[in-house]
Design a protein around this ligand. Structure first.
Ligand code: BGC
Length: 751
């Protein structure tokens, strides 16, 4: 990058200083370059006015708490996510924030991941589409995003030292793919490098990651900021491509950087480049900022409008997992026993740096009271810090709950995890609901057959015991401050649910892909399951799941027909007719899964490559389309170190989940040319796989093998010899070096 004009007059010391924070949340103002305010994020603005910290201990100014990513992802609605991003931008603006530290787009590799509630999905396509929409919405307002945590930061355990040891194809196809998509589609102002190492190298010092991939391949032109405290060797980080170290450390690392330049350990141009990028970002932010500073508060009109948006979003995030006998929606006039402390004190966000001080919180209990005829309430359990019931014993609150359930038309039982049970900084050890809550559910369901369960949790739960007991299950994950109203809206049919799971719910923890490799030990974690993350794993192994990826019911029903595929230079276009076959208006999310039968490389049985939605009146029908982009069909070809689209037949299925594929068709796709150079170490099999090379090899075969047919040895000689490297033919006394070299030259000749 060329030197930014604003940095031209700065000394080396000043340039170094521009690349580290002034304090916890601001960059330095220097030589006329204004400072920037960067703060968390992502599902609300956590602007601290007084004491600052980064783990949510100190209070922040009130701001709307939208559904965290775990909830938002269940909307499968990029338009809605973009609107939430824009509302966050408006609040950031009002609170004097230039860069909001989100979105978090790491892949949920394992349900135990402590920050899964801050991330979108187990699938990189869904994550990339939604993350991109969030960034575009936010930045459209003139507030920058910080795409985090780059990269392969999929557990909290030992997060500041642990090395994510992952093979190159998996890294590209699963862990970097969403970052690549968001950088390309939405140009985030900043990218935040993570705490962990990848294959032994700290991401803050990883030149391959921060420069070769991010800037040279993906054309990122913003600022790379460190996660808070992620830099341990500033000169190494600057050499690798880090621009801004956060938070400020009182000038300690600036001095190290200056010394490194003086001793020749760090090129002065690297410091200049980092300073120039920070200056360019500061100029961009200053231009977007209003001329007069506001009073640093979210105005009441915005607070109202954003609370309404948070309620709309939350309703769209709710997933109806089960609804036996059409138990839901409830009749507004009936009597309801609302059971569970979480109905009164809802769990609506996660703990740690993303923790927001909400402008208000709607409790489901109150919202249900506003809609139902007669409502009784029993807490049933306590949400104590240890997650256990009050010392006076579990039996009495449970008996009270059962009495109420018996006396009402329907019981609605709120179950879930408490805030302290899942948070940034540590992973979960299991995926269980508290035992006292399950015992309560068993008693209530035995007394009241019309029992509905509403779930609140940041990470996936084992739901088999709930599904065994409750005929209806509504999964809220985390819904933000307006979730209470959204739950009531869906329970009483004011909103027809259309959310879909963004993560598979396994039958048991031991089934999960990373079960034996999580969270690792001795500061290393092996990504041993490779590409087979989430549904890719369960489908490849044909493992039963409790609820599949993409699953979610509606109060109406939909039929799919006439799937037609067309292939062109942009990819595969899928067209499908969707019909509302039920008696209510509703929204259907249609998912397109792609398979490549007979692929030359190992592949999951199917992968999500597109989705769309349609809202239809009863009996209504519409043709929907989605482009399954060519770049999304590509796999990472390790031998050529690039993306390659394999040629041939692809199968596309339109599904209502990864396990509910309702229409399937096949299409021919023209492949990318892939010719790998033949060397002495190429095997006969590899050479023969290329028809042009095979023809050349036949010419030489006689000289190399001495003729004769292999079947004399009672085997298929061609298969038996397939693994022999060309060089080893000499060891078998066949041919000579000159004829081998002539063969290789022929094989590598263009044409
Ligand atoms: C978290 C980031 C956060 C930063 C600032 C770090 O501990 O990993 O997600 O943005 O703190 O609070």
């Amino acid at each position: 990058m060329t030197t930014h004009p604003d940095t031209a007059r700065l000394t080396l010391e000043e340039r170094a200083a521009l690349g580290s924070g002034a304090d916890f949340w601001t960059s330095r103002a220097l030589g006329g370059i204004p400072s920037l305010v960067l703060t968390d994020g992502p599902h609300g603005v956590r602007r601290q006015a007084g004491t600052t910290d980064h783990l949510g201990l100190a209070e922040s100014l009130p701001a709307t708490c939208f559904p965290p990513a775990v909830g938002l992802a269940q909307s499968w609605d990029p338009g809605l996510v973009g609107r939430v991003g824009a509302a966050l931008g408006a609040e950031a603006r009002a609170l004097g924030v230039d860069v909001l530290l989100g979105p978090g787009i790491n892949i949920k590799r394992d349900p135990r991941g402590g920050r899964n509630f801050e991330y979108y999905s187990e699938d990189p396509f869904l994550t990339g589409v939604l993350g991109g929409a969030w960034v575009s919405g936010l930045q459209g307002i003139g507030v920058g995003a910080s795409l985090k945590h780059f990269a392969a930061n999929n557990a909290e355990h030992d997060r500041m030292r642990s090395s994510s040891n992952v093979d190159p194809r998996t890294l590209r196809e699963i862990y970097l793919r969403a970052f690549q998509r968001v950088v390309r589609t939405s140009a985030p102002w900043t990218v935040m490098c993570s705490y962990n190492r990848i294959n032994g190298v700290y991401t803050s010092e990883d030149r391959w990651l921060l420069t070769t991939v991010l800037r040279e391949e993906w054309a990122f032109d913003g600022v790379v900021v460190s996660d808070w405290g992620a830099v341990q060797d500033r000169p190494a980080a600057v050499r690798a491509g880090l621009d801004l170290q956060m938070p400020g450390d009182g000038g300690r690392s600036d001095a190290q950087l200056v010394a490194a330049v003086r001793s020749g350990d760090c090129p002065a141009e690297a410091v200049d480049t980092a300073a120039s990028r920070v200056a360019a970002l500061a100029a961009k932010a200053a231009e977007a900022r209003p001329d007069t500073a506001g009073p640093l508060e979210v105005g009441s009109a915005d607070a109202e409008a954003h609370h309404a948006l948070a309620r709309e979003a939350a309703a769209r995030c709710l997933v109806l997992l089960r609804n036996e006998g059409g138990l839901l929606p409830l009749e507004p006039g009936g009597s309801v026993a609302v059971i569970g402390e979480l109905a009164r004190n809802p769990r609506y966000q996660g703990g740690g740096s993303s923790h927001v001080n909400p402008t208000r919180v709607d409790a489901p209990l109150e919202e249900i009271r506003a809609l139902a005829g007669l409502v009784a309430f029993a807490p049933g359990y306590a949400v104590g810090r240890d997650g256990e019931a009050e010392p006076r014993g579990e039996a009495e609150p449970r008996r009270e709950a059962v009495r109420m359930a018996q006396g009402a038309d329907t019981a609605v039982v709120f179950l879930g995890l408490a805030e302290h049970q899942e948070s940034e900084g540590f992973d979960r050890e299991d995926i269980e609901l508290p035992a006292d809550q399950l015992a309560l559910l068993a008693d209530v369901a035995a007394a009241q057959p019309r029992t509905v369960v509403v779930l609140s949790h940041g990470g996936v739960l084992r739901l088999a015991p709930v599904a065994d007991l409750a005929p209806a299950i509504l999964d809220g994950a985390l819904l933000g401050q307006a979730g209470g109203g959204a739950v009531a809206d869906v329970l009483f049919g004011r909103v027809n649910p259309s959310g879909r799971l963004a993560e598979t719910v396994p039958v048991r923890l031991a089934d999960v892909p990373a079960y034996l490799n999580f969270p690792g030990e001795n500061s290393a974690v092996l990504y041993g399951e490779g590409l087979y993350v989430g549904y890719r794993w369960y489908d490849a192994r044909d493992t039963d799941v409790a609820f599949p990826f993409g699953h979610g019911l509606s109060y109406t029903s939909f039929a799919y027909s006439d799937l037609v595929l067309e292939s062109d230079a942009a990819g595969v276009r899928a067209h499908l007719t969707v019909t509302n076959t039920g008696d209510r208006s509703g929204r259907e999310v249609v998912q397109f899964y792609v398979a490549k039968p007979d692929s030359a490389v190992s592949r999951p049985p199917r992968e999500l490559k597109g989705f769309t939605d349609v809202t239809l009146e009863p009996g209504g029908s519409e043709r929907v389309s989605a482009l399954l982009a060519r770049e999304d069909l590509a796999y990472w070809e390790v031998r050529a170190d690039r993306w390659v689209v394999e040629g041939g037949a692809y199968t596309v299925s339109a599904g209502a989940s990864s396990r509910d594929l309702r229409a399937t068709a096949t299409v021919e796709v023209e492949g990318d040319a892939l010719r790998l150079p033949v060397t002495l170490d190429s095997t006969l099999g590899e050479v023969m796989a290329d028809p042009r090379a095979a023809a050349v090899l036949v010419e030489h075969a006689e000289a190399l093998t001495g003729g004769g047919d292999g079947y004399a040895m009672g085997t298929d000689m061609v298969r038996m010899m397939a693994s022999i490297p060309l060089r080893r033919l000499l060891a078998f006394g066949q041919g000579d070096t000159a004829s081998l070299e002539a063969l290789i030259a022929d094989l590598n000749r263009e044409g």
